[in-house]
Design a binder for this molecule. Sequence first.
Ligand SMILES: Nc1nc2c(c(=O)[nH]1)N[C@H]1C(S)=C(S)[C@@H](COP(=O)(O)O)O[C@H]1N2
Ligand SMILES: [Mo]
Length: 504
Amino acid sequence: MRTRLTYAGLGVLSTLVGVAAGHLVASLTTPSSSPVLAVGSAVVGLVPTPLAEWAIAQFGTHDKTVLVGSVLVGVLLLAAVAGLLARRRFAYGAGLLVVLVAIPAAAALTRRSAGIGDVLPSLVAGAAGVAALAWLTGARPAPATGDEGDAPTRRGVLVAAGALALSAAAMGGAGRWITAYRTRTTRVDIPAAADAAAPTSGSLDERVPGISPFRTPTDRFYRIDTRLSLPVVHLDDWTLTIDGDVEREVRLSFDDLAAMPLIERDILLTCVSNEVGGSYVGAARWRGVRLTDVLAEAGIGATGADQILSTDLDGMTISTPLELATDGRDAMIAIGMNGRSLPQEHGFPARMIVPGLYGFISACKWISRMTLTTYAEQDAYWTQRGWATDAPIKTSSRIDTPPSFATMQPGRTVIGGVAWAPHRGGVQRVEVRIDGGGWQPARLGPAGGNDYWRQWYLPWTAESGEHSLAVRAVDGQGVVQSPARVAPFPDGASGFHEISVIVA
Ligand SMILES: Nc1nc2c(c(=O)[nH]1)N[C@H]1C(S)=C(S)[C@@H](COP(=O)(O)O)O[C@H]1N2
Ligand SMILES: [Mo]
């Protein structure tokens, strides 16, 4: 007589076989419809804003790993229960597995762009899981009888379990590999900008060790989005539609876009979820078509719209205030980042970039549609979750070096970091306060323009003891950044970045 523990284990193994088979099928069709990812995505969409905020604060950019891990643990617990049920009666255990796969199937279907094909991975997962359970428990999964067959020998179960574990590992591994291959970054050539960015020199990258580089390397640029897997993009099929309250609906191919006059600009991008001193901020050189040129293709002369509702390849929506995006600033549909085409993580083949606005109301990645509409008529993803619709980037500054809570040697050293006041004339001045004393002017790195950040540093002779260091920035109009400590929700954090260090 086999023990409960054995049956629980058989339930878990059968479910892993199902999950792996589903993952493999999804990798060949739509990677995001893989059962665990589909449930995870549905959870992402359903969690209330405070809980999402908490998760981001706790786990940072690992929040997705934690989420997918939690879903998997939950699934495997239920799988163990299914195994226990199968010990009493095969049909009970199989029934629970079927209920389990109905969840990802339903989750995959709730996505806006979902087709019936997105359910396939869950169906395969269910079938494979039930078949594995039947084999392992020696049951015939005939619906009419549903009773246990002749109990297989111990050796037979071990062999079957070994074979299934190997095939689960192989299917899961193959699924991962195929997904990674199909969503890999492919570089395409993009024409040079007709209107290039001004050259800059004299960065503090070498002079101040530990400072954020003047230009954030693409592979170190923060990534924030609601996706658990990257989209599979076929460049030849990709189009950008402009519709809604326009004179004529238009559809542009990638080649259409790339053939328009391109501009290249240095623009800072940051996330509204960024805490004071946080790392969700980057500065890159973007190349693309002026947003107003793209909109002009559709004609928006007498539009009654007040928002551009951007939709990505999966139906995720981002709203952008029309007036701000078209007020003369260098807003663009970007197809290039730091001299190359966009990487998959940052929105290949095209995304919106609007200087001075937080990413969640401006920077739609994997953009496929821009609809001219009103806030009264249509809500975007974050708006539905209570975030602001109008959210200019707040003037901020950060101490990069020394790191918070550093223990350092007494003597001459340098305090350094970055500050930004995008579309507020850039950073005019940065000031540092040591141990609550007066604000001392820091030395500035090169001016990167109105929409970029600025490196700064202050030489410091550190004496033994514990010290507190604070920084504040002054924008191009002479306005000092707000000292008020405000949390990111709903329109961005404020307050001075202040750290403690120990000199010993
Ligand atoms: N399609 C899509 N675009 C998106 C998002 C998203 O979840 N989906 N997140 C936005 C948010 S909140 C930010 S801060 C920026 C981040 O861009 P990055 O990942 O390239 O740094 O992308 C924006 N564009
Ligand atoms: Mo964001």
